[in-house]
Write a protein that binds this ligand. Structure first.
Ligand code: NAP
Length: 275
């Protein structure tokens, strides 16, 4: 007999709703949401999908129905929200998942008395179009069958990669989790520079976006190293070489290293706050 999996999503903002939207068609899953501040909008949006929206923490009786409970709230409210789940008893074999940046498995263990199976996930924004990458790690009690379910869920929004050390989740937070933000900042810089050279906003958008997309796909399809591809365009004395020289003179590698380090430190710091 096929068993229905009941999921409770706590927090349904940018990432929570991206996940929920991708999961709604799944056959063996049903979804409820807790989001007190966006209760009305969410109710309207998901009514037709039979998703129940709670505007307050569910009761003990409700909580015991869920197979998977997912925290998708901001780190800044995590302590306050998770305290509301501190003394609940959960369904046997259920799993508590979190996509909250920085918050460690130990944080959930320490703050939710009866939490047994825990999994931390770091998705990223392209999950919105099912092109994301989610990094995951479970605690020692996390069962293979729950791992299969969680993997299946996050495969709906892109690729999944399982880690063996929790520190890698904070590292990935700084790279793939925050990465789309850096890429958009880079695209913005490309577009602004293109306009400074003399192109319109519209033409700049086409040129820049096509260049980013085409280059990423070329690298994916050829499976060649990025420096090899860069060198193959940058012929001696040519235009690309002239441009790359400026990037190197301004130490592009160091800029990226510092960018990742700064985000990694922040992820580690978020994890240490009140844990
Ligand atoms: N966005 C990303 O690209 C991304 C990527 C990877 C991981 N994450 C992680 O995902 C988490 C959520 O990020 P987000 O961008 O989706 O944030 P968000 O848009 O602010 O979503 C959080 C949602 O939780 C709601 N909320 C606040 N208090 C609540 C409570 N007591 N109970 C239930 N819901 C509550 C918020 O309502 P209000 O807005 O009204 O406060 C909001 O709808 C964060 O921890 C972040 O680190 C995000």
């Amino acid at each position: 007999m096929e068993i229905m999996n009941k999921i409770l999503l706590i927090g349904c903002g940018h990432m929570g709703s991206a996940l929920l939207d991708a999961w709604l068609g799944l056959k063996l899953y049903s979804f409820d949401v807790v989001d007190p501040f966006n209760f009305k909008i969410l109710n309207k949006k998901y009514l037709k999908n039979n998703v129940r929206i709670f505007n307050e923490t569910p009761t003990q009786i409700e909580i015991k129905k869920y197979d998977i409970i997912i925290f998708a709230i901001k780190p800044q409210v995590a302590n306050k929200v998770i305290a509301q789940y501190k003394n609940f008893e959960f369904k046997k074999n259920s799993v508590i998942a979190s996509i909250i940046a920085g918050k460690k498995i130990l944080f959930f263990k320490n703050n939710i008395k009866n939490a047994i199976q825990l999994v931390r996930v770091m998705p990223n924004m392209p999950a919105l179009i099912n092109q994301g990458i989610s990094c995951l790690i479970g605690n020692k009690n996390f069962t293979k069958s729950n791992q299969k379910k969680i993997n299946e869920l996050f495969l709906k929004v892109g690729e999944t990669i399982w880690f063996s050390e929790e520190r890698q989740i904070d590292m990935a937070t700084a790279i793939s989790g925050s990465g789309p933000g850096y890429i958009f900042t880079l695209i913005d810089a490309f577009e602004k520079a293109s306009q400074k050279i003399g192109f319109s906003k519209k033409i700049s958008r086409v040129l820049v976006l096509s260049t980013f997309l085409g280059s990423a796909k070329l690298m994916q399809q050829t499976n060649k190293e990025p420096h090899y591809l860069a060198n193959s365009i940058a012929v001696k004395g040519g235009t690309t070489e002239a441009g790359i020289k400026v990037l190197k003179k301004n130490n592009i590698n160091k800029i990226m290293h510092n960018t990742f380090l700064s985000a990694f430190k922040k992820a580690s710091k978020l994890g240490k706050e009140n844990d």
